[in-house]
Design a binder for this molecule. Sequence first.
Ligand SMILES: Nc1ncnc2c1ncn2[C@@H]1O[C@H](COP(=O)(O)OP(=O)(O)OP(=O)(O)O)[C@@H](O)[C@H]1O
Ligand SMILES: [Mg+2]
Ligand SMILES: [Zn+2]
Length: 275
Amino acid sequence: MKKNLLLRLVTEKGCKRYDFKKLIDKDRPTEERNCPEHGAYTATNFLGEHWTACPKCLEILQEKQEEESLQKQKEAALEREQLKWKAKINGAAIPERFKDRTLDSYIARTTGQKKALAFSKEYAENFDQVMKEGRSAIFVGKPGTGKTHLAIGIALEIIKQQRSPVFVTVQRLIRRVKDSWHTKNETESEVVDVFASPDLLILDEVGVQFGSEFEKQMLFDVLNERYEKLKPSILLSNIPREQLSDYLGERVTDRLRENGGKMIGFDWDSYRKGS
Ligand SMILES: Nc1ncnc2c1ncn2[C@@H]1O[C@H](COP(=O)(O)OP(=O)(O)OP(=O)(O)O)[C@@H](O)[C@H]1O
Ligand SMILES: [Mg+2]
Ligand SMILES: [Zn+2]
């Protein structure tokens, strides 16, 4: 009982130092008591049965509470940070199953994998420079070799640098353009803008579909606008290099390879089979 009341007196004052002496009427009875931890102290009766507790104990209690409230503030800040992080990943449209595919979780055993990882790390770490140069990249190669994994890894890295990547597959991009024809949500040019504006565009599954003239024109529109704005893009594809150039057209591949834009080959066995 006694302990509870004292606790309440302290907590009501929150983090402020509480001057216990002020509360106590000079005429109240006092008594020499002993704290098993801190030794002798003068206890004052301040209300009925209630006596002041050891001042050192109270001080420690108060410090503990201050610490706890600081800890809570920190946790709340961390939570806000995590929410912001989630919002950014949502903004980047990173697919659910790829949200934890970081550069750190990519296992590089073969020389090719090591090269691809080193390229991705360099690209992400120097993204400021990449943006200045508008340096794009193309990842081509066999399925399951980690093209999407590494590209997402780059995206997650640059989000930390307050940059805005956007991930999209060609199919989705085209679908969104076509949807714009018969909905009022956005116009075709607004769709192009959505993908032409981000700091980095990751365009996945290039060449998976047959590739109609319309599709090629759309890709050209988006990539050309980015090119003109000096904005980098990373294209991912599992069709052979030569076919990719045919598919995209020379105008696009030329633009992507300007300013040191590299084509990285992924020609090892699929990770999906289990290594
Ligand atoms: N070296 C690696 N270390 C860890 N995980 C890997 C590695 N390579 C691939 N993976 C994992 O294997 C799966 C397939 O990789 P991913 O989807 O990135 O391949 P891809 O090259 O994009 O294939 P596709 O051409 O079919 O799209 C993913 O879950 C990915 O995280
Ligand atoms: Mg992929
Ligand atoms: Zn004490």
